[in-house]
Design a protein around this ligand. Structure first.
Ligand SMILES: Cc1cc2nc3c(=O)[nH]c(=O)nc-3n(C[C@H](O)[C@H](O)[C@H](O)COP(=O)(O)O)c2cc1C
Length: 358
């Protein structure tokens, strides 16, 4: 099984990386992940180079970068090598120890700009873009890709070789094609084939939904680490659990509802500080919805969260769903179940906006 990877001279503390997730992987979320422990590399939400370089407001996505504990990665995207390099320079100046470039986002608005996953159809161009960023910064540059545009156009091994030749320090491969979106299953055989094509560390990604699955996937030939996305939204403790299993320690229990309530309330308080009540409510609706997905009473909870108009209403909805021990004792709890399957929430109310990313 893989040990923790070294990315351009930076040894990650564990081989379990947190996926960049637009709309979710903000500073408050990364802090929660770090608090539980076990995560080798937290990642920011992807940052548009055009928006940053052209001065449009984009700073929210870099929330907290000044005092973010290391290591961490900031992901950037564009189709213009010059802007990408300029963005990387600015983000590195702000303190990013690792810059990641997105070549995997299949969202229509990104593909239309011939960016993200669109570039998987032109491996040489991926190489040129990576080279342009590598020349611009002193920190390690990595790339995140999918298998290709479609099953008839699997380009990941070639894209990986171009990225490596251009100086990429590591590569993450999400085991789906762009046209799959999130349908079907991630193909870890293809991820292994991509890893075999290069000698830089390759991180595998896709469908890890439990600590034991993370360990299984870490055994994939040639893999230097695994990245976890959706499961980390509802189980930010999954990294700590996976790392315990890797070290042969007993599996730490998932936190009880009262602790989960405190996590959500603490998260919400940070969002209110940063974005105000309205902005915080928008983000919190996405989170709370995924956090409770799959558990009995999730639908009622989603409704309550979506209808919350003030911080007090939002907090009350969270407290009703995840009661403290005293509330359970007096029968106030809606249900006692821990949230399990976050995926069912992907197509439901309040959650859609960010789901097409990556
Ligand atoms: C809501 C959401 C937002 C995402 N945003 C990004 C992103 O900004 N950059 C990126 O490279 N991938 C993004 N992704 C893709 C994830 O990083 C990851 O590749 C994908 O979810 C598969 O991993 P998983 O099965 O562990 O979730 C996003 C995924 C989701 C669900």
């Amino acid at each position: 099984m893989a040990n923790a990877p070294v990315i351009g001279g930076i040894r990650l503390p564990t081989p379990f990386l947190q996926a960049p997730m637009a709309g979710f992987a903000n500073r408050a979320f990364r802090d929660i992940v770090r608090e539980f422990g076990g995560c080798g590399l937290p990642a920011f939400e992807m940052v548009s180079a055009a928006a940053l370089v052209l001065g449009r407001e984009m700073s929210d996505r870099l929330w907290g970068i000044e005092d973010e504990p290391r290591p961490f990665a900031v992901q950037i995207w564009d189709r213009d090598g010059y802007r990408l390099a300029e963005c990387a320079r600015r983000v590195a100046d702000l303190g990013a120890p690792i810059i990641d470039i997105n070549f995997g986002c299949p969202a229509g608005k990104i593909l239309k700009q011939r960016s993200g996953a669109w570039l998987l159809g032109d491996p040489a161009e991926v190489g040129r873009m990576v080279a342009s960023v590598v020349r611009a910064v002193k920190v390690p540059v990595t790339a995140k890709i999918r298998l290709g545009l479609s099953k008839d156009s699997i380009t990941a091994p070639e894209v990986a070789r171009c990225a490596e030749d251009a100086g990429a320090a590591a590569l993450t491969v999400h085991g789906r094609t762009a046209d799959q979106g999130f349908s079907g299953a991630a193909d870890w055989g293809r991820i292994a084939e991509t890893a075999a094509a290069v000698s830089i560390p390759v991180i595998g990604n896709g469908d890890i939904d439990s600590p034991s699955r993370a360990i299984d996937r870490l055994r994939t030939p040639g893999i230097a680490g695994v990245m976890i996305g959706r499961a980390a939204i509802s189980q930010p403790w999954i990294f700590a659990q996976a790392e315990a299993l890797r070290l042969g320690l007993p599996l730490p229990a998932s936190p009880p509802p009262a602790v989960q309530r405190d996590i959500l309330l603490g998260h919400f308080a940070k969002l209110v500080d940063k974005f105000g009540e309205d902005g915080a409510a928008v983000i919190m609706r996405r989170f709370a919805c995924k956090f409770a997905a799959g558990a009995p009473g999730a639908r009622a909870f989603r409704k309550a969260v979506n209808e919350s108009r003030t911080a007090a209403e939002m907090s009350a909805a969270i407290e009703r769903k995840f009661p403290g021990a005293e509330a359970i004792a007096c029968g106030w709890a809606e249900d006692d179940a821990l949230p399990k399957n976050q995926d069912r929430c992907l197509a439901s109310d309040g959650c859609q906006e960010a789901d097409a990313d990556g």
